[in-house]
Design a protein. Structure first.
Length: 310
């Protein structure tokens, strides 16, 4: 059976409930602080495992990160390639306001000291059909993409968080690119999300491009044997509590479906349902929904339909 190899981040999330997101020069009192396992890599590994995919996580923790490994193992993720380092584990400070919106500051910690043998040892054991998943929260993304491409691995990248440095990445070597509106603009250099999506779709014609729009839904464009296809998927309508890890739930379920060989449209629908369910719960990893919950939502009468563009 094919698997997902996730060379990804592992973080400790400190979540603060605030009346509104803090502005420049402002001091706010938090009504609550909670600590959760997190990091885009960890969240996405858990989501993919919940979707029924075999997942191998490659990454680093510090002396304070044992609980993160235990969390992954409890959710069915293979943790054999997570290394222990002397550098403290990455962490994030997350504000969540009363409407569920968030703002996040991350510190890379041990996520930023991955070494080539860590991913290459995993790639050497990869089988045909395996899929590599990356985020932008670890070091050496450029080299990891090139090393995976040299071994003919399928590559997916969730380009989050994004800054101007992402424009130097060899995205043309990837099979799947997942971005939100801000990340799409950072990569394309365009000042609007619509223009950014068009630019990325044209610039990377051999890559499936997915741009998520949060509560609005998502756009996608993908190569086909006949040329290309594109469309729009409206969002599931749910009551938002905490948007943390919504994107990660989407990515994990989307990847798991691609690994299993389902259609792009089905994979997007399952990803969107997982992302919607994640916002109805607090925290990052704890908010990742089960496959049963996702399947129920996708089969409900309220499930949106893809609006194909060609």
């Amino acid at each position: 059976m094919s698997k997902l190899i996730n060379v990804g981040s592992l973080c400790i999330d400190y979540v603060y409930t605030v009346p509104s997101l803090v502005c420049s020069g402002e001091t706010l009192a938090s009504s609550r602080r909670e600590v959760f396992p997190g990091g885009k890599g960890l969240n996405q590994s858990i989501a993919a495992a919940e979707a029924g995919c075999e997942v191998q996580h490659v990454g680093n923790i510090g002396p304070d990160g044992a609980d993160l490994v235990a969390c992954l193992a409890e959710r069915g993720v293979n943790t054999e390639r997570i290394a222990r380092t002397a550098t403290p584990t990455g962490h994030a400070f997350i504000q969540v306001d009363l409407t569920g919106q968030n703002a996040i500051i991350i510190h890379g910690g041990s996520n930023r000291i991955l070494e080539p043998h860590q991913w290459n040892d995993s790639f050497a054991e990869a089988q045909p059909g395996d899929l590599l998943l990356l985020q932008h929260e670890t070091n050496a993304i450029d080299q990891i993409i090139r090393d995976a491409s040299a071994r003919d691995l399928r590559i997916a990248i969730n380009l989050a968080p994004a800054d101007e440095s992402v424009r130097a990445l060899p995205i043309e070597l990837t099979d799947v690119l997942i971005v939100n509106e801000a990340e799409a603009m950072a990569l394309s250099g365009d000042s609007s999300s619509e223009a950014a999506f068009a630019t990325l779709s044209d610039r990377f014609p051999r890559t499936t491009v997915v741009m998520t729009l949060g509560r609005e839904g998502l756009h996608y464009a993908a190569p086909t044997s006949e040329g290309s296809t594109s469309g729009f998927l409206p969002a599931f309508q749910v009551d938002s509590v905490d948007e943390t890890a919504a994107g990660d739930a989407f990515v994990g379920y989307f990847m798991a479906n691609l690994v299993s060989g389902t259609s792009l449209e089905t994979a997007l629908l399952y990803g969107a349902a997982a992302g919607a369910l994640a916002v109805t719960k607090e925290g990052a990893a704890p908010s990742i929904p089960s496959l049963k919950e996702v399947a129920q939502l996708t089969s409900s009468e309220s499930a949106p339909s893809i609006e194909a563009k060609n």
